[in-house]
Design a protein around this ligand. Sequence first.
Ligand code: HPA
Length: 274
Amino acid sequence: MSFLDNIKLADEYVQHVLDGRKPAVGIVLGSGLDRLADEIEDPLVLPYKRIPGFPVSTAIGHKGNFIFGKLGGKTVVAMQGRIHYYEGYGMNQVTLPIRVMKMMGIEYLFVSNAAGGTNPDYKVGDLMIIRDHINMMPNPLIGPNLEEFGPRFPDMTRPYDPGLIRLAETIASEMGLTLRKGVYIACSGPTYETPAEYKFFRTIGGDAVGMSTVPEVIVARHSSIPVFGMSVITDVAHDAEDENYVIDGEKVVKAANAAADKMTALFKEMITRL
Ligand code: HPA
């Protein structure tokens, strides 16, 4: 079966479940950030494992559901749990949910993640608007181009929508919420970075580093979906001098949980005003 057939098969099943509902906004919820799903009214939960050909998320802090419903007066679809490259899935699998959300007709994609701060000004709990990215993972568009979705050589001049960034900044200042704005670097993981790697990522222009998001953003941009991205800083670059420092998945999820309410409030208000 071709990848396009795989997408169509998954879409067919999802359309049957949606029964005429048409989500306008797709939301990808990162590690420890799935609380936003609780805000969705009249939720319809569709576990990924019920969808033909769909990968299942196994990562810590990730459930594996599409949640359909209303948020900020709009029909939305949220991914409660995403698929990561480090889980062993190929890039087509990692980004299949984005293709399927495109088939559902989403007009905007909101993505979120937990990330390590490489910018020395950043603190645990900070929220960062992703204004650009550096991809250190394989490109998810490698392979035959899906002409139905977009061009062979997609433009990446504005991976994150300037209008959505302005909207976030306006709302944040009204809410009295301080936001960072920076460059996200995507690595495969599953290791966290060495001190030398954090320093390298800072040197090449990164403000935060994580193990996700960019494959989904590239696939969304391939089919011209405007994207808004946000990182929650769950840990910050450390140096080898600190002999007691450790970072682990539990700490990351805990820090993300602590910041999830702020991000949820921001996303909800942004979606209200779309
Ligand atoms: N590095 C990579 N991925 C992450 C980090 C980090 O420091 N924190 C949360 N996800």
